[in-house]
Design a protein around this ligand. Structure first.
Ligand SMILES: O=C(O)CCC(=O)C(=O)O
Ligand SMILES: [Fe+2]
Length: 297
């Protein structure tokens, strides 16, 4: 297949943004140079938002002035910030928008997933900040769902176009919900139970019109209207294909790094290879739309 050719470093096309995007893989990942996210200009924020759909994951180094308040403020300039999680409380009372993954309290993400696809309107994107890191290990990987769709054969693309997946957060998060006494809220809806939702297997990114293979082993329980065996084998085929090395960008973290991803066109996985050492990450999420399939567009 043919990939887009691009110069390794592309200055932002917006006047005054003074940003550089260093492409990391042919279709996924860019390092962004020339911006302090705690004091970015409006042009820079616009350029970053515009670059998100194109590069799918953006990495910013040395963001030592970002802290919970300024991370949330940055999110509000990029889009609309949601509560941190439908069932897990925020990092503290003052910051319900921040979802903390702390390995010392069992916060791991070592299963390929797209954030919160078990809700009707999963986040458009996420912004993750490295707070405490182990001496080695704990890298995060993202896979490109649009490239994964494009690199399927035509007949399998056409099959995928017609499929619907059921997403269920119970296995990953049912435990948290069971522990909480007060009702939890997400996007104005109360969560008493995690009710499975349906999303098209092929999702059209409204920013680009591109199709992505929108399934993930973290939250998809099965495919709708096919047999159990068909569902299992088709999902296994899709997952093996999505996570091929050619579809992935991998990030080795330093404290002060920030990653920002388009949650409509990627899955990610945080390596759990650092034993008992501590790793803490802070995430915010940007409000998204209900996924639209190819037939509805
Ligand atoms: O800890 C990481 O690197 C990623 C965690 C994760 O899945 C997330 O922040 O959405
Ligand atoms: Fe995640």
């Amino acid at each position: 297949m043919t990939l887009l050719a691009a110069a390794p470093t592309t200055p932002a096309d917006l006047d005054g943004a003074a940003l550089e995007f260093e492409r990391l893989e042919p279709t996924i990942g860019a390092r962004v140079h020339g911006v302090d996210l705690s004091s970015a200009t409006d042009d820079q924020v616009r350029a970053i938002r515009a670059a998100l759909a194109e590069y799918k994951v953006l990495f910013f180094a040395g963001q030592h002035d970002l802290h919970p308040d300024s991370q949330i403020a940055l999110g509000r300039r990029l889009g609309e910030v949601t509560e941190g999680h439908p069932v897990v409380p925020g990092v503290d009372e003052e910051h319900p928008e921040i979802y903390a993954l702390d390995s010392s309290t069992g916060g791991f993400a070592d299963v390929w997933h797209t954030d919160l696809t078990f809700v009707r309107r999963p986040p458009l994107g996420s912004v993750l900040r490295a707070v405490v890191l182990p001496p080695t290990g704990g890298d995060t990987q993202w896979a490109d769902l649009e490239l994964a769709y494009r690199s399927l054969s035509g007949p399998v693309q056409r099959l995928a176009d017609q499929l619907v997946a059921v997403h269920d957060g119970t296995r990953e998060f049912g435990y948290y919900l069971a522990q909480r006494e007060e009702r939890t809220k997400w996007e104005g809806e109360e969560y008493r139970a995690l009710v499975p939702v349906e999303h098209p297997v092929v999702r059209v990114n409204p920013d680009t019109g591109r199709k992505g293979l929108f399934v993930n082993p973290g939250f998809v329980s099965h495919l709708k209207d096919v047999s159990d065996a068909e569902s299992r084998y088709l999902l296994d085929l899709f997952y093996a294909h999505i996570t091929k090395p050619e579809h992935i960008v991998r990030h080795r973290w330093s404290v002060g790094d920030v990653a920002m991803w388009d949650n409509r066109s990627t899955v990610h996985y945080a390596n759990r290879d650092y034993g008992d050492t501590r790793r803490v990450m802070h995430r915010i999420t940007l409000r998204g739309d209900a996924p639209i399939g190819p037939t509805a567009s």
